[in-house]
Design a protein around this ligand. Sequence first.
Ligand SMILES: C[S@@+](CC[C@H](N)C(=O)[O-])C[C@H]1O[C@@H](n2cnc3c(N)ncnc32)[C@H](O)[C@@H]1O
Length: 319
Amino acid sequence: MPSALQQSRTDHVPVLAAEVRELLAVRPGDTVVDATFGAGGHARVLAADLHGEGRFIAIDRDPGVRPYFERFQREARVSARLLRGDFAVVLGQLAENGVRADAVLLDLGVSSMQIDRPERGFSYAVDAPLDMRMDPAADVSARDIVNEWDERELATIFRRYGEERFSRQIARAIVRRRSERPIERTAELVETIKAAIPAPRRFGDGHPAKRVFQALRIAVNDELAALEQALPAALSMLRPGGRLAVISFHSLEDRIVKRFLAAQARGCTCPPDLPVCVCGKEPAVRLLARKAVRPSPQETAENPRSASARLRAAVKTED
Ligand SMILES: C[S@@+](CC[C@H](N)C(=O)[O-])C[C@H]1O[C@@H](n2cnc3c(N)ncnc32)[C@H](O)[C@@H]1O
C-alpha cells in the first residue's frame, strides 16, 4: 500500500486553483474553511494568502487525509485544525456554534488519492473489493447496494446518477448474477456491466462501467443530499462580504449549486402580477461569475481530471 505522503501518481493536483484563489480573494486575518481538504492542494494556495495571519479550518470525511493535513499544518504558518466528518454536518455545527468564515470552498467528489488506492474500490480500472466509501467507517458500501438493493432501485440510480442508457439491462444482469453468488469485486461488476450492454454500444461513450461506477459512488456517499444540506450551512456561516466557491464535476452537482446560488441571488419573489413587492426579500448573495468558470485548454491538457470541472462562486451581501 502506498504511504499517504507518497508523491507522483497519488498526488492530487488542485483543479482551477488560480481561479479559486482569485474568486475567494483571501486576505490576512481571514477565517478560511476548506470543506473538502483532500490532499490540501487548494488549502496550500489559499493559506498562502493569509500571510501568517488568520485561521484555517479543514474538513474531510476521509481519515486518510490526516498525514496531508499534518504536512499542511507544518507548512502553513497559521492556526489550522482538521474536523473529520461529513461537511453537511460539520458546516452546520460550525454555523450553529457561531463560527464565522470569510471564505468557504467545496471541491466536490473524490480525490486522486482515493481513486488511485485500489483497496478503496473507486476505480473500474483495477480489480478490488467493491467499497467506494469516502468514510471507511460509513455503514453502506457499494457491495451492500449492488447485492441488496432491488432491481428497480438499481436501475433508478444508474439512470439518475450515472445517466446510463442501459440502466435497466445492467440492473437485471446484476440481479441475475448475484442470485448465483454475491458480487464482491469491482472486476466482477465491470464484467457484468459489459455483458449487459449491447456490443456495438459498449465503448461508444468512454469506459462501459464509468457511469455505473459514478452512480454507485454518489449513492454510497449520499453525495447530492450532502451538497443540498451543505450549501445553506456554508452560506449561514459566512460573514457579510464572505465568499463561497464550489467546484463540481458532473451536471447533477452543478445544477444543485447553480439553482441554490441563483435563488439566493434573487431579491423579491412576489408573483409578477403584484404591483408592489410584499415579500421584502433581499438578495442574500451576489454572483461572482454569471456563468460557471471552466478550466483552460492548457489545464485540461495537463490535468485531464479537470475537464469536467465547473466553478461557481458568490459573495454574501451585507446585512
Ligand atoms: C476533490 S477532493 C478535494 C481535493 C482538494 N481540494 C485538494 O486540492 O487536494 C474531495 C475531497 O472531499 C472529501 N469529501 C467529499 N464529500 C465530502 C463530504 N460530504 N464531507 C466531507 N468530505 C467530503 C473527499 O473525501 C475528498 O478528500
